[in-house]
Design a protein around this ligand. Structure first.
Ligand SMILES: [Zn+2]
Length: 135
């Protein structure tokens, strides 16, 4: 006999990943800290190169000087963005969301994290977003 007002079976929820161990957090923190230092160093070098080039170019700057300044500025902007991505990953490590997809909350495979520790999405969600962009 079934209850007349039995609730429909709840949809299965995706299993939440186990929280990382303290040792794992320490390893990821160390790796991200090293990447942060490298990215800060790159950004500093590019910023100094840009300002040095800007100070030494003629007024008005020639086409070659302008092109060089624009290239350095693009590279410095990309380096600043990369540094911010590493800072975001460090923040996710602190708040416990590191290693989980921002879209579906599934764990991101360790191999993907090792290749790009700043990644925020699993391969499945990245693929879906590319399909959406292409469509
Ligand atoms: Zn996902």
């Amino acid at each position: 006999m079934t209850a007349p007002y039995a609730l429909a079976a709840a949809a299965p929820r995706p299993a939440l990943p186990a929280p990382p161990t303290l040792a794992a957090v320490a390893v990821w923190h160390s790796l991200l800290e090293e990447r942060w230092q490298q990215r800060l160093s790159t950004l500093t070098e590019l910023s100094l190169a840009y300002h040095g080039a800007a100070e030494s170019c003629g007024h008005p700057a020639g086409a070659a000087e302008t092109a060089r300044l624009q290239k350095l500025l693009r590279e410095a902007t990309a380096a600043r963005r990369a540094l911010g991505e590493t800072e975001d990953a460090l923040a996710r490590l602190t708040d416990g969301s590191f290693g989980r997809c921002d879209q579906c909350a599934r764990p991101i495979p360790t191999t993907d994290l090792l290749a790009e520790p700043e990644t925020r999405y699993c391969a499945g969600c990245v693929a879906v977003s590319w399909v959406a962009l292409a469509g």
